[in-house]
Design a protein around this ligand. Structure first.
Ligand code: GLU
Length: 502
């Protein structure tokens, strides 16, 4: 059996898109599962839109997700590796030239002198006649004399590849099964080199996949309609046609295509929100694929063991942010304390820089908080919401948040005063969650209140928020003195409200 060789071929014309990351991952898993080779090729021929910053973002994103390639271009400090290079298309221009010359010499391609204006007029005529748009083949059989005449007019030709008008291209897609497409729908002979001499995507991709001995082309379904063109090019170049696998599109919840205008699509944005790579890569794998069992939380190496392209869905995969957050939470729970502390630091530093907290906790303080925090983090960035109340000097709790329904400010102040008294009494003896809770529950009973009402008032008084880690753990973390001081402050605020404030 030939060795499996697959590639991810991003264009550095935008940041790493989650669709590209998913395609990279499926190629990576396929290669690793089969003991094959995973190749990175940068498709940078769109010079106007390609940038080094986008290239960096793509490389960083793939590294962050734990994908390493066996062959690829020099990037950053890493040298080029592999014997099929160069792995950047702009460094392969002579190879495309050589391939074009060969196709021209074999009359599989020809120079076309039609001007954009003429092509446009023809397209309009086709539209008016309700014909499907296609090149009409005007230059397909020029004589030498006609060519000379066009050149004398100063026309700069493109190169077109001959597409047979009436063939049915059939291939067995590894995901979609048998695919049949008539060449009549391909739009006629295909431009493979622009008039300025730069080669176009369909051509470079086929030349490179052939030259790099790619055995399986695994990519998004948006490329399905390109595949017949590529198959014809492989044949014309005398190369073995690789196998194809087209992955389902990633969709929004309303089944529309995920686009950067409507949704968060850049991998770096998820990273900035505090998704961790173990979870993100796990989630990407489940976008269109499943183990067929209940197993969901899988590491890269477990994914590699189980991955099988044949069990990828044909139908579009809906991007489900809740599931991603759930998986992220699962992965965060598995981190060791030291690891989690390291990963939380940058998020707390950002909170400090933004003025959301007044100081940073020490490692020891953070470690003491992990038991109440670790299980409650859907993303790392939420850490500030959970423990920020500990890291601020003064808190100005909103009266409206503190006052339970059907209560007013005065009644809330009275209840909090009673609670403060109870808390102060207990705390003089012992400051532990288990000790604080029972007397407060008794107080609620005596007052004829609802547990939720009083506890919410206390929670808002000491954290400023309606959501926090469990109340008594929160008090313990805050400490005896600060808890009482915040209760005093809250009571004062409530007492300063005009009578009848709800
Ligand atoms: N550069 C192309 C893209 O980013 C590669 C497509 C392919 O895998 O053939 O869409």
């Amino acid at each position: 059996m030939t060795e499996v060789r697959v590639r991810i071929a991003p264009s550095p014309t935008g940041p790493l898109h989650l669709g590209t990351a998913r395609t990279a991952l499926f190629n990576f898993l396929f290669a690793r599962h089969a003991g094959g080779t995973f190749i990175l090729r940068l498709e940078d021929t769109d010079q106007a839109r390609s940038t080094e910053a986008f290239e960096r973002d793509i490389i960083d994103g793939l590294h962050w997700l734990g994908m390493t390639w066996d062959e690829g271009p020099a990037v950053g400090d890493e040298p080029e590796c592999g014997t099929y290079g160069p792995y950047r298309q702009m460094q392969r221009l002579p190879r495309y030239r050589e391939a074009v010359d060969r196709l021209l010499a074999e009359d599989k391609a020809y120079y076309c002198y039609c001007s954009p204006h003429e092509l446009d007029a023809e397209r309009k005529r086709q539209e008016a006649a309700r014909e499907s748009p296609r090149y009409n083949g005007r230059c397909a059989h020029l004589t030498a004399g006609q060519r000379v005449a066009f050149e004398a007019e100063g026309r700069e030709p493109v190169v077109r590849f001959r597409i047979p008008p009436d063939r049915r291209i059939v291939f067995d897609d590894m995901v979609r099964g048998r695919v049949e497409i008539d060449t009549s729908v391909l739009g006629g002979d295909l431009v493979i080199v622009r008039s300025d001499g730069t080669p176009l995507y369909h051509f470079t991709v086929a030349v490179d996949d052939a030259a790099m001995a790619i055995t399986h082309v695994i990519r998004g379904e948006d490329h399905l309609s390109n595949t017949p063109k590529h198959i014809l090019l492989f044949e014309a170049l005398g190369s073995t046609v690789p196998q194809f696998g087209h992955l389902p599109l990633i969709l929004n919840a309303d089944r529309t295509k995920m686009s950067k205008r409507k949704s968060v699509t850049a991998v770096a944005d998820y990273r900035a929100e505090g998704f961790i790579p173990e979870a993100f890569v796990n989630y990407l794998a489940l976008l269109g694929w499943s183990t067929g069992t209940e197993e969901e939380v899988l590491s890269l190496s477990e994914l590699t063991d189980r991955f099988d392209l044949a069990s990828v869905n044909k139908a579009g995969s809906i991007f489900d942010r809740e599931r991603l957050e759930w998986l992220n939470g699962q992965w965060i729970r598995r981190l060791s304390a030291d690891d989690l502390i390291d990963r939380l630091r940058p998020f707390l530093e950002a909170d400090l820089a933004a003025g959301r907290i007044d100081w940073l906790p020490t490692d020891g303080e953070l470690r003491a908080l992990l038991p109440v925090v670790q299980e409650r983090l859907p993303t790392l960035a939420v850490v500030g919401d959970l423990i920020g109340f500990l890291l601020v000097k003064d808190l100005e709790p909103e009266p409206a948040l503190m006052i339970p329904k059907r209560w007013d400010a005065a009644r809330t102040a009275i209840a909090l005063r009673a609670a403060r008294h109870t808390i102060a009494e207990v705390g003089r003896v012992s400051w532990e969650a288990d000790e604080i809770e029972p007397p407060l529950r008794r107080l609620v009973e005596e007052g004829g209140w609802k547990v939720g009402d009083l506890f919410m008032a206390i929670r808002v008084a000491i954290t400023g928020r309606t959501v926090s880690p469990p109340l008594f753990d929160t008090m313990v973390a805050l400490g005896y003195e600060r808890t009482l001081a915040r209760l005093d402050r809250a009571i004062e605020t409530l007492e300063a409200q005009p009578p009848g404030t709800l």
